[in-house]
Write a protein of this length. Sequence first.
Length: 200
Amino acid sequence: MVSDVQERWSALFDVIEINAEFRRITTMPLQSRFLSQLDLHSANLLRVFVKRSGQQGRTLGDIVAMMTDDVDAGRKCIIKGLCMYLTGDPKDLVQEYMDMTEGNTLSAIERTVAGIYVARQTAGSNYSDVGVILEGVVMLRDLENVALATAMLFGFFYILYMRYPSKLHYTLEVIQKIIMELDAADLSRKAQSLTSKVDQ
């Protein structure tokens, strides 16, 4: 489906166009709203994450421990924490690679239904590239950070009326209905539970 859309509507596959189309459909900005709402919910989400127990709680604690004063790094931790809390594995959303030309990396990208990739030159180094993958194809690249890539991934799903993939269903539902406050009725049980814990 995405490759067909890419052929017919190639201009959409650009950050400016995704933002413009999202605003046309919803009358709200995508990028600025997502980032500001994520920041608004961050403190409450962190509070929920640190209360989690068991193995998932320890993993969430490790993610929270990576928070720094860097806004982009903090947002990445919140997004990964949200994915961990809802689905059990932040790698369902964010995959990190060392070499984007390596055969194993290219094969992994081809098998990705939807997600974000982060390419690094070496382990622990800053990003050399951040992008969005849909149906095994890199749709956007050279994005500034994981939070922007997450907003664009959500934007693609919303604009193209695509069903959320099972591994990202709850994460994208929370982004849509709680973070972005779009079509907020009929929350799944997981999203309702998160909402009640955030509101405590």
